[in-house]
Ligand binder design. Structure first.
Ligand SMILES: [Zn+2]
Length: 242
């Protein structure tokens, strides 16, 4: 029996399939990560062309047949197409989608993560914030949602308040002091540490209210990339482009 399901979702992956079709990976608010076929999308006259593009945020009408979904129709909720107009925006946007694809399990809804994706893409499209700063905020939130929230007050190992050099232990995903550093630790500059503290308590829409040096952003993304690999055993391909 075919069942029709309406869901809000964002296209996080899009792969050509057969002559004119695509297989989409959707991050659905209600269903979590699912795959759906969209037929005839590569024909020049296809009406739903927009729905086969990365970053498409739409209300999808899906036909469920057993375990398989097919897109019947879609109506766009918000366009993030502007992201594709700029190399840096596109690289950061692609990283956000890749992180979702690799950390989400199939059919497990994750509303907090969904909200973070929408807010981060809005910040990239609608504000003047450096896209790398948006990615740093998004990754901070990912660590938090996965149970590895960074503690900026105290060394995770000995509990002492930070006073002096700070390190990120990428095995445990936490900040430690110089007394507790191990081989798995990477040094964190005070500048980068203070920026992270600040963006932790700042909403995506307000990230453009402070200035951040590019070298601090690059340092944060190198640290977070290592921390991400340590926590999830996943190498992010898209971060290499930044
Ligand atoms: Zn310590």
């Amino acid at each position: 029996m075919n069942e029709e399901i309406i869901t809000k979702a964002i296209v996080i992956k899009s792969i050509k399939y057969q002559e004119n079709d695509k297989i989409l990976t959707l991050f659905s608010l209600e269903l979590g990560k699912i795959s759906a076929k969209i037929k005839g999308i590569l024909k020049p006259t296809a009406k739903l062309k927009f729905a086969g593009q990365l970053f498409c945020f739409a209300e999808f009408s899906l036909i469920k047949n057993g375990e398989n979904f097919t897109v019947k129709s879609a109506s766009e909720i918000e366009s993030f197409f502007d992201i594709t107009s700029d190399y840096l925006k596109l690289s950061v946007g692609t990283s956000i989608l890749e992180i979702c694809d690799k950390t989400l399990n199939d059919y497990e809804p994750n509303a907090p993560l969904f909200l973070n994706v929408i807010k981060s893409l809005q910040a990239i499209c609608l504000t003047k914030t450096n896209p790398k700063l948006v990615l740093a905020k998004f990754m901070l939130e990912i660590f938090k949602l996965s149970g590895y929230e960074l503690n900026f007050q105290k060394c995770q190992s000995c509990g002492a308040e930070f006073n002096g050099k700070i390190f990120l232990n990428i095995e445990t995903g936490s900040f430690v002091c110089s007394m507790c550093k191990t081989e798995e630790c990477m040094p964190v500059s005070l500048g980068a540490f203070n920026i992270l503290k600040l963006i932790k308590q700042t909403d995506y829409q307000k990230l453009d209210s402070f200035f951040v040096h590019e070298h601090h952003l690059n340092e944060i993304l190198i640290l977070f990339n290592a921390n991400f690999s340590g926590k999830f055993q996943i190498i992010l391909k898209s971060l290499k482009n930044l």
